[in-house]
Design a protein around this ligand. Structure first.
Ligand code: M6R
Length: 616
């Protein structure tokens, strides 16, 4: 939530900052602002709306300075107004700051600062932090020493409760930025005589692939020539410079209308990346390099706990189904936000998994920390390399799906589904799954990218269906067993990008309440795979039809539905049961995407949402 960018270097800062900010817009997009230090003062432009509105506003200024910071906001404290947009300048005019996170104790600090005659123009917690730094700056002995600025930020942060990724400039130190993080992501790009700070790599990858991931409690002091990292407790840190493995092209639309569309069509490649090198030589099981546990360690695990949020939580539900079915080990699934507070009683030999595309979701991170505090090992399934969750876990599996920019998760979700399917195989083969069953499971998963490609060929057909259903305001998604989580996911996709009320249910559960919603205006999307319960699902469809409900059926190729039962049919290719959630998900991704487009919605930036939720 919220994106920040900072620049110190040999070029004019403004255009580099705004370019970076455009790439962070998916993190929050209700207002944006920029501050550039030039001629001994801050030039600040802020505007409600998208970054594009800020770009127009900034065109009215002459930005010549080579040091600057900028911000795109997802409002927490204070409404969406120009005044509440960042950057915030301290009331003495000495400091300017951008912030991603929440200052929880801002009320008491604000009271203190008001008593010291600091004034406030906004309702934000961020302006409080800015003035607190100004207060400490005023208290530092006056000198030209760089440490005066740095120390004022460090000392202010000692009083802060909450989360922050910040970048601060001081009017007396024109070529410097001090930045810090706790609970909100921040990285430093080390370029050719320039440094770029950003909330994530997409904002800086066009200028450098060398990055330092800051850790919680670290501050970085950047000048035009060098940088140094220290903790808030004054310990020196030796920076590790990592390489970003993807390029700016991966974060561009490349001819697609939306990132969501692009990412849906990137799934075959993302799935190939997720499985590359992860099947055993004998082709009967999976293997993972980063779990940091031996087969003997896994043998004693008698329960898995999976926890995460949103779409990633749906991947956990699929994990539960697959691990219990194939490995016969009990799995519990919790919303991360609930797990943290419900103080679950846990057995001894439990292994935790957290699943997070961004690796920065604060609820998931808090659940990870809670499980670790209780002494459990936690594995992470993450897409973003170097993210906080990836770093704080005891081991894990990277998704390698490439950057996912659309707020609605698509390729990251299916790659999570593939990874949990592979993990189920891995533990199943340590228990009772035979070599032959393992080999056929592996073949089933190897076929997935091609089957997804084949399913994507139905896009024109699904688009046509979407054009006829876009007018409805209520939908049910109904699926059983491993497809119940996909029903939930279909409903979530439709809700978040089309603002259509949609609910997911196990198909048979529908008659215990949701069937009351059914009429000609409330269509149902049914998952009807080949298999034991095909006829049971057909019965549920009959119950809907009897009440004049419209039906879109997602059916395995070759399966015959009673004539006239479904109003529209989308076929999926036959596949291994472990691959079924992945293949079944593709039609509902396309359906929700095309419905959102038909309704004229802003697909990549749905209202009220942000890509990574870094506030509780
Ligand atoms: O980055 P994460 O996977 O931890 O994000 C979790 C959810 O916020 C995310 O899946 C959200 O539900 C998506 N917008 C769904 O499309």
């Amino acid at each position: 939530m919220c994106g920040i960018v900072g620049y110190v270097g040999k070029h004019k800062a403004a255009s580099i900052l705004l370019e970076g900010l455009k790439r962070l817009e998916y993190r929050g997009y209700d207002s944006a602002g920029i501050a550039v230090l030039q001629g001994g003062r801050f030039n600040v432009a802020k505007k409600v709306g998208r970054v594009e509105a800020l770009v127009r506003e900034a065109a009215k200024f002459t930005f010549t300075g080579k040091t600057g910071i900028c911000h795109t906001r997802w409002a927490t404290h204070g409404g969406v107004t120009d005044a509440n947009a960042h950057p915030h300048v301290s009331s003495d005019g000495k400091l300017v700051l951008v912030h991603n996170g929440v200052i929880e104790n801002y009320v008491s600090i604000k009271k203190f600062l008001l008593s010291k005659d600091y004034t406030f123009k906004s309702e934000t917690d961020t302006e409080v932090l800015c003035n607190l730094i100004a207060y400490h700056y005023a208290k530092e002995p006056v000198s030209d020493s760089r440490s005066r600025f740095f120390e004022s930020v460090r000392k202010a942060l000692l009083h802060i409760e909450g989360t922050y990724g910040i970048a601060v400039m001081c009017v007396d130190f024109p070529d410097e930025i001090v930045a810090a993080r706790k609970g909100s992501p921040l990285l430093l790009g080390v370029g050719d005589n320039e440094f770029i700070l950003a909330s994530d790599a997409s904002a800086l990858v066009s200028r450098t692939r060398n990055v330092v991931y800051l850790k919680d409690g670290e501050l970085v002091h950047v000048t035009k020539d060098e940088f140094s990292i220290t903790t808030v407790d004054q310990a020196e840190v030796s920076p590790v410079v990592d390489q970003i493995t993807w390029s700016i092209k991966d974060a561009e639309l490349n001819g697609y209308a939306h990132f969501m569309e692009k990412e849906i069509f990137e799934q075959p490649a993302a799935l190939e990346n997720a499985m590359r090198g992860r099947f055993s030589e004998d082709g009967s099981t999976a293997q993972f390099g980063g779990l940091n546990l031996t087969a003997a360690d896994f043998r004693v695990i008698d329960r898995y706990c999976f926890t995460s949020c949103g779409t990633a939580w749906h991947a956990c539900l699929v994990a539960e189904h697959l691990i219990e079915r194939f490995a016969r080990i009990p799995v519990e699934v919790d919303y991360a936000s609930e797990f943290r507070y419900r103080n679950a009683p846990l057995d001894r030999d439990v292994l935790f998994f957290v699943v997070s595309q961004s690796g920065e979701t604060i609820d998931t991170l808090a659940a990870l920390r809670e499980a670790k505090r209780k002494g459990y090992k936690v594995m992470a399934i993450c897409n973003v390399v170097g993210s906080t969750i990836a770093r704080e876990s005891d081991g894990g599996i990277y998704q390698h799906a490439g950057p996912e920019i659309g707020v609605a998760s698509t390729k990251a979700f299916t790659s999570q589904l593939l990874i949990v399917a592979m993990f189920a195989l891995y533990v199943a083969r340590m228990r009772d799954m035979s070599y032959a069953d393992g080999a056929s499971y592996v073949q089933g998963l190897r076929a997935v990218p091609e089957l997804v490609r084949k399913t994507l060929e139905q896009a024109p057909h699904i688009k046509e269906i979407a054009s006829r259903y876009a007018k409805y305001n209520d939908f049910l998604f109904l699926g059983r067993l491993s497809l119940f989580p996909i029903a939930l996911e279909g409903a979530l996709k439709l809700k978040e990008i089309s603002y259509i009320h949609a609910e997911g249910y196990p198909a048979a559960e529908m008659k215990h309440g949701p069937i009351a919603l059914i009429n000609e205006e409330c269509p149902s999307v049914f998952f009807v795979p080949k298999g034991d319960i095909f006829n049971k699902i057909v019965s549920s469809m009959q119950e809907i039809k009897a009440r004049k409900g419209k039906i879109i059926a997602i059916v395995t190729e070759g399966c015959e539905l009673p004539a006239g039962l479904a109003d529209d049919v989308i076929t999926i290719p036959e596949c291994h049961d472990a691959a079924l959630p992945i293949i079944s998900c593709i039609p509902v991704q396309l359906l929700s995407y095309y419905i959102a487009v038909a309704r004229g919605c802003d697909v990549d930036k749905p209202r009220n949402l942000a890509k990574s939720v870094t506030v509780e």
